[in-house]
Structures are given as structure tokens and as C-alpha cells.
Design a protein around this ligand. Structure first.
Ligand code: NAD
Ligand code: GLY
Length: 361
């Protein structure tokens, strides 16, 4: 087992990475929630049938009363109706302030159940058991919880740190290839922004099979990078913005595809390529463009797109570069070199001019 400690004073917690962690969840939860009697487990229709039985058995064996609530799989579940259902269901189960919510699933379930935990009885303990690669390396760590509104994604939420993150790498074996690749976009992002050696390691392991041979250390490295960023900037006002490398343009791609054509990971993959090219064009990135070529090859190895054609006006609007968005400046995240990201405050008109060059307009 590998363990990391996220040091946030009274909101500190451990991340456990261990094959078989699902079957020892009960003892682990008991350690961090010694006063809890009831656990309200939230999962989805894909993950529940695969893993909820094992988790429930382990939690019950440790003495907890457990209710499992299963919601439909998919982003549309991250909505106010589901949140309201969880509020009511947890009350009918008799959850009290010393009990806890357990999220068993991908980022959708983690974000939704986390927001429920932040609001039930003005906040109860929360355990993350992430089962997608994206959730294991990103969304389960750092305490951002949210639901989507009609106006956009993640628009209602909170910072609510978990008491424990338990990840079992074996759960990744049941992920479809495309869902694993989505998570790989974020894994590759960590190499780009913070660790050249890790980026090189990924280049030397360019397939699902090769990554899975080293999965515990891949998860550890990614979570360690996220840990250090979150410890420094829990509330996302400074260094945490570096995690947005590839996301500004990526969000535009997601929006242009109505959140259906491109998954988050695919959009981020193509967004990282645009950001890397922009940084190079602007002279922020030193040296030659070999890092960009390596990034493109690595993304392709995981069947991630390196270029997405997007309607120009949508792109401009979504990146916040249109005249209606306030302020003249925008903070972009660029690579100083492969393995080191920097925030760069720029005039929007300069970003636009350089984006035109990248998109060949
Ligand atoms: P997801 O939760 O929808 O999971 C993807 C699919 O995989 C779903 O169909 C799910 O049922 C299925 N699944 C999950 N685990 C499985 C397993 N082990 N075997 C088989 N199928 C499995 O999506 P995601 O990519 O995990 O997360 C995306 C969400 O995360 C988005 O809502 C995004 O906004 C959010 N997110 C949050 C943060 C944060 O910091 N809070 C960061 C990044 C993304
Ligand atoms: N996923 C970006 C963040 O946690 O800040």
C-alpha cells in the first residue's frame, strides 16, 4: 500500500492507494470516523453492480449500518434533483452529524456526493472511494465538490475536503478504454506541468497495459503533485490554477461539442496541444518544439485527440475573449519547459492574435 498525507491543518487527510482497498474499507473508515454509526454510500448504475457489494460488506463487517443509494451513471446525474434526492434519502436513513457520506464511483459521484456531504446537516464527514482514473488522480483529491446548473458545469459547489481517499487500482480494470484514456489526459497533464521525469516515464509506457503494470506509482505521483498544489493553495487563488493547463481552450471544445461530442479528457488533450503551441509561439517556452511533438505522440498513443476543429466564435466566447466578457486580461497557463508550468497574465487581444495563428485563420 502507498499512502500520502494531505496537510491542511484541521482538514488534513490520507490518500491510501492499495490493491484490494475496497475489501478493507471498513477498518480504514473506522479509523477516521470513530464516532460514526451510519454510512450513506452513493454510487452509480455502472459502479454499484461491480463494487458496492464488496464495499458494503466490508463496512458492515466493521460495525457500520450502511445504506447504498444508486443513481444513473452519467454527467446528467450531477444535478440539483440528485442532490435533493440524496438530502431526503440520507434523512430517511437517519444520518446524524457524526455519520458520514461515502462516494463510490467516478468524478460525477464524487462531486455530487461531496456536495451533499457539505450540505447535509450543515456538513458531515465524507469519504472518497474513486473508481475512474480521472477521479483517482484528480477529482477525489482537493475538496472541490459541485453540481452542474443549466447555466454551466460545476456552478454550484463548495470546498469540502474528504476525511479519507481510498483508491483501489484494480477497479480500473473494468473501465472502458475511452474512459481510461480520459484519465490519461490528466495524468499526462501532471507530467507537463510539474515533473519532466514523470513525463519521460509516461513516454516510455505508451499503452494501457504498460501503465497498468506501474499503476500504483502512477497514481502516487499524480496525487503527490496534486497534494502539493492543494496544500499551497486550497482555495484556488494562485498555484492551483496551474492545474488548468489545457483546460481553458479545452472547456471551449467541450462547450462547442455541447458536452456530448468530446469528453473532458479529450477536450483537455487537444487543449494542452493548443496551450503548448501558444506558449511556444509567445516565447514563454524555451528551447525547440520537441516537447510539443513528444506530447502529441503521447496523447495519440492513448487515442486522445491532439486537434479539435471548433467554430471560431464559440472558441472566442468560451475562452472568455469576446467583448462581452469583463476585463482586458486573462491568465493563461503555459509551459516554461516540459515539466514546468507558469501562469501568464495576458491581454485578451494578444491571446486572440496568437490563437488565430495556431488555428491557421
Ligand atoms: P464519471 O463519474 O461519469 O465516470 C465515467 C464513466 O465510468 C461512468 O459511466 C461511470 O459509471 C463509469 N465507471 C466509473 N468507474 C468505473 C469502473 N471502475 N468500471 C467501469 N465503469 C466505471 O466521470 P469521470 O470522468 O470519473 O469524472 C468526470 C467528472 O469529474 C465531471 O463531472 C467533472 O466535472 C468532475 N471533475 C471534478 C474535479 C474536481 O476537482 N472535483 C476534477 C476533475 C473533474
Ligand atoms: N481539477 C482542478 C482542481 O482541483 O483544482
Amino acid at each position: 500500500m502507498k499512502t500520502l498525507h494531505v496537510n491542511l491543518g484541521p482538514r488534513s487527510y490520507d490518500i491510501h492507494i492499495a490493491s484490494g482497498a475496497l475489501d478493507t474499507a471498513g477498518e480504514a473508515v473506522k479509523t477516521v470516523c470513530p464516532r460514526a454509526a451510519r454510512l450513506f454510500v452513493v454510487t452509480d448504475t455502472n459502479v454499484g453492480p461491480l463494487y458496492a457489494g464488496r464495499v458494503k460488506a466490508s463496512l458492515e463487517q466493521a460495525g457500520f449500518a450502511v445504506r447504498v443509494t444508486t443513481l444513473p451513471a452519467g454527467e446528467h446525474t450531477k444535478c440539483v434533483d440528485s442532490l435533493s434526492l440524496l438530502w431526503e434519502d440520507s434523512m430517511s436513513f437517519g444520518l446524524t452529524r457524526t455519520d458520514a457520506v461515502v462516494a463510490l464511483g467516478g468524478g460525477v459521484i464524487g462531486d455530487l456526493a461531496g456536495f451533499a456531504a457539505a450540505t447535509i446537516l450543515r456538513g458531515v464527514d465524507f469519504i472518497q472511494i474513486p473508481t475512474t482514473l480521472l477521479a483517482q488522480v484528480d477529482s477525489s483529491v482537493g475538496g472541490k465538490v459541485a453540481i452542474d446548473l443549466k447555466a454551466g458545469k460545476n456552478l454550484a459547489g463548495a470546498f469540502w475536503q474528504p476525511r479519507l481517499v481510498l483508491m483501489d487500482p484494480d477497479t480500473l480494470n473494468t473501465l472502458p478504454d475511452a474512459t481510461l484514456s480520459d484519465g490519461m489526459a490528466e495524468v499526462i497533464k501532471y507530467g507537463c506541468i510539474a515533473d519532466r521525469d514523470f513525463f519521460d516515464f509516461l513516454c516510455a509506457h505508451p499503452s494501457r497495459a504498460r501503465i497498468m503494470e506501474e499503476i500504483e506509482s502512477v497514481l502516487y505521483t499524480c496525487c503527490d503533485i496534486k497534494r502539493s498544489v492543494v496544500e499551497e493553495d486550497e482555495r484556488d487563488t494562485g498555484r492551483r490554477m496551474l492545474l488548468n493547463f489545457g483546460h481553458t481552450v479545452g472547456h471551449a471544445f467541450e462547450l462547442a461539442g455541447n458536452y456530448e461530442k468530446w469528453t473532458h479528457g479529450q477536450a483537455v488533450a487537444a487543449g494542452m496541444c493548443v496551450a503548448a503551441q501558444l506558449g511556444f509561439g509567445l516565447g514563454v517556452s524555451g528551447g525547440d518544439d520537441s516537447g510539443i511533438r513528444e506530447l502529441v505522440e503521447l496523447l495519440k498513443a492513448f487515442r486522445l485527440p491532439t486537434r479539435i476543429d471548433c467554430d471560431w466564435n464559440t472558441l472566442v466566447r468560451a475562452v472568455g475573449l469576446d467583448k462581452k466578457s469583463t476585463g482586458d486580461d486573462i491568465t493563461m497557463i503555459f509551459l516554461k519547459r516540459m515539466g514546468e508550468a507558469v501562469p501568464v497574465r495576458m491581454k485578451k487581444e494578444d491571446v486572440l492574435r496568437n490563437l488565430e495563428a495556431v488555428f491557421g485563420r
